[in-house]
Design a protein around this ligand. Structure first.
Ligand code: ADP
Ligand code: MG
Length: 297
């Protein structure tokens, strides 16, 4: 790093050294500090305001505010224990915040149930539950909440609606197969979910989340345990979905991956937002570099 926070190509001193394609942009950044980006209500899909959550004296999330631009692929990074997963849990209603507010497409989500939040279009992936491991990949997708089996059953007892139920099920089946093909797991349709490799399981988790027809997805380390080929596949899918208009907030420990694929990066440290900005700016931010000191950046 030079004194003004720009990256010296090939210096080998920092993780930024290998990103020669970004060097030009970085020269334009004259300060390591990055101000919080203010998105207007029109362009922000998700707005998080002063979120707080402590667990027995530990301030896991300590006044976190940020916005995610609609249609963006935004990265959320930070050292272990920074509060990233807790932030996701607060956004998606898994935990109730001690304070703060979450708004999605202008609607306040704070205090809403996880399922209602998912129905509003904000979806996160969940690990395949044990009961679902016994079922096939196909059944896993058919049974995803979007399958609305409860509603279908209710309709099934009303003879007049039989036709529409059949239509609904045919439509669901079509969506399921399209999703299986999208994730290239159609050949695994009859495989028990429990028999999938770690990477295939991640694909299924993502496919299940997609069955909810989200407009925004929160992905918490979706590539953990995924081999490079599958990781690339997943990333391709994410970019394709994004081109169709989906918004992504991605937590990932591989900083290079985040810098390559995300156009905006939010950095958390000790429960707070340390910095946010475009990758080139984040890479040359001294506070970010300090926060990662001793870590494998
Ligand atoms: P990250 O995902 O960035 O690694 P986490 O959000 O998982 O960080 O954790 C932030 C801090 O909160 C850590 O100190 C962690 O131990 C603590 N924490 C997270 N979830 C809980 C919980 N359910 N109970 C107690 N402490 C928790
Ligand atoms: Mg985490």
């Amino acid at each position: 790093m030079t004194e003004d926070g720009t990256t010296v190509e090939g210096s080998g001193e920092t993780a930024t050294a290998d990103r020669s394609d970004e060097a030009e942009t970085e020269q334009a950044v004259d300060s390591g500090e990055s101000a919080r980006r203010e998105l207007d209500a029109e362009s922000a899909s998700l707005v998080v305001e002063d979120l707080r959550k402590s667990f027995g004296g530990i301030d896991a999330v300590d006044g976190v505010s940020f916005s995610v631009e609609r249609g963006s692929l935004t990265g959320l990074i930070g050292p272990n224990g920074a509060g990233k997963s807790t932030t996701f849990n607060l956004i998606t209603g898994v935990h109730e915040p001690d304070a703060g507010r979450v708004a999605f497409e202008g609607e306040t989500l704070t205090g809403m149930r996880t399922s209602s939040i998912a129905n509003s279009g904000l979806v996160r992936t969940f690990q395949i539950a044990r009961e679902l491991e016994e079922m096939t990949v196909l059944e896993n997708l058919m049974l995803s909440p979007r399958g609305q089996s409860g509603e279908t059953l209710t309709n099934a007892v009303l003879p007049g609606l039989r036709g529409s139920v059949r239509d609904e099920e045919r439509e669901l089946r079509e969506t399921v197969w399209e999703t299986l093909e999208l994730f290239e797991i159609d050949h695994l349709a009859e495989e028990r979910a429990g028999n999938l490799s770690g990477g295939q399981r991640k694909l299924l988790e993502l496919a299940r989340a997609l069955m909810l027809d989200p407009t925004m997805m929160l992905l918490d380390e979706p590539f953990a345990g995924v081999n490079p080929t599958l990781e690339e596949k997943l990333l391709d899918r994410i970019h394709e979905l994004r081109e169709e208009g989906l918004t992504f907030l991605l937590v990932e420990h591989d900083i290079d991956l985040i810098m390559e694929h995300c156009e905006h990066v939010i950095v958390m440290h000790q429960g707070q937002v340390l910095a946010e900005g475009p990758p080139a700016e984040i890479r040359s931010n001294d506070r970010v570099i300090d926060a990662y000191l001793g870590e494998d950046v």
